[in-house]
Design a protein around this ligand. Sequence first.
Ligand SMILES: *Cc1c(COP(=O)(O)O)cnc(C)c1O
Length: 471
Amino acid sequence: MINKQIFSDMKEQLSNKALFEQAKQHAFDYIDQVEQMPPFPADDALANLSVFDEPVPETIQDGSTILEQLHRYGGPATTTNTGGRYFGFVNGNTITTAAAARWMTDVWDQNSALFVMSPIAGKLEQVVERWCVDLLGLPDDTALGLVGGTSVANMCGLAAGRNAILQKNGWDVNAQGLFGAPPIRVIVNEQSHSSVWKGLALLGLGNERVEKVPADDQGRMLVDQLPELDSNTIVILQAGHVSSGSFDHFDQICERANRAGAWVHIDGAFGLWVAASKSLSHLTKGFEKADSWAVDGHKTLNSPYDCGIVLCKDRVALNQAMAATGSYIQKSDDRDGMFYTLDMSRRARSIELWATLKYLGRQGVEQLMDGMVERAQQFGALLGQEGFQIQNEIVFNQCLIKCDSPEETAATLAHVQKSGVMWCGGSVWQEEPAIRLSVCSWATTAEDVRVSVQALVQAREMARGSLATHK
Ligand SMILES: *Cc1c(COP(=O)(O)O)cnc(C)c1O
């Protein structure tokens, strides 16, 4: 049965635009409040999430009421990634121009699978490919694919490597699968990110049959422990250790891999962008000799969320690994994004990545990275003065600390997470709990760092108090 009421309501919402006006007002309220909000939702905001526990509505609802509900109960239950005092995980802020561009173009609702589905999305994907390759200093004609995040980007790069190695051996893995295939060796920094292990598992390479290379006290692969390499080997390195922020020794390792004909993949989720900074690019020295790279837009580059990037020197290898056919697929001579990623239908991620890079430019990207290392080093200096034990060489944006005992560290973390002043996460470092501060927001100021250090000092006081009474 056709419900004319529903259609006319939908049409009315679109033509009178009141919902967009309302959304704009709510969004502006959020922007104005975010610096005063607790970085992690307060207890009442979390309790209020129960208002969303409703049965599926029977019929159309009032749009304005929906937005109102989201604003009233959703906004307070956010973490303030866009403020200056959220240091959890490696969560980035967003560049205002990019957020606004995304907002505006959301009404376009583009699917970026094929050029014919969205010429603008295809065009901008080509543009950001050239720009990223240029900014990072990668070989000309390096291919780029846009995915949801580095987890998928790692998989895409590793799939390209796997397929290229097997192809050299006369084995078409797309057709024949992995059962009975010539063996591939995989050599991994034992302290790789969890997404690398997940990717290896999904690609049938296994995460236990690989050769794990021990790391030094900063989590960098020990070069002298690297086994003999050959042309049937994938080596996985990282640009930005998720706890310490350290970078593997790309120059020496890639050199050896190149000589042996091995494939090198670099997980550079948040760290790869330092290659665009003159004062930090020593960290990525030699990384351009790798074969594939993964990096996020949504972490240190501060693009909006859902923006991961795979880069691959061998365009054909990436396209072949991501190949798909179908009678309805209309290929063009322009950019067909789906042959660079796992997805077919996707949002037009290229738009906000383009807006991010176009706004920042070369100097903006550099300033962003240099600002993060400055803030992280400020954390290190102030926390050191306050008697916290700094665990890492602060080469980029991570500052890893411990208190006087594992119990005190854990309790301090628990207290600071409830402080309402700043929020950061924990980690395990050398088998003991640690507190991990990750500077990932363009908006973090020197004052934010000072205030956050005070919150940590206070949290440690509370931890000491509660530990003393429990003795
Ligand atoms: C965040 C991160 C990933 C995973 O990236 P997502 O965008 O969350 O999928 C992989 N590696 C490292 C080092 C990371 O920090």
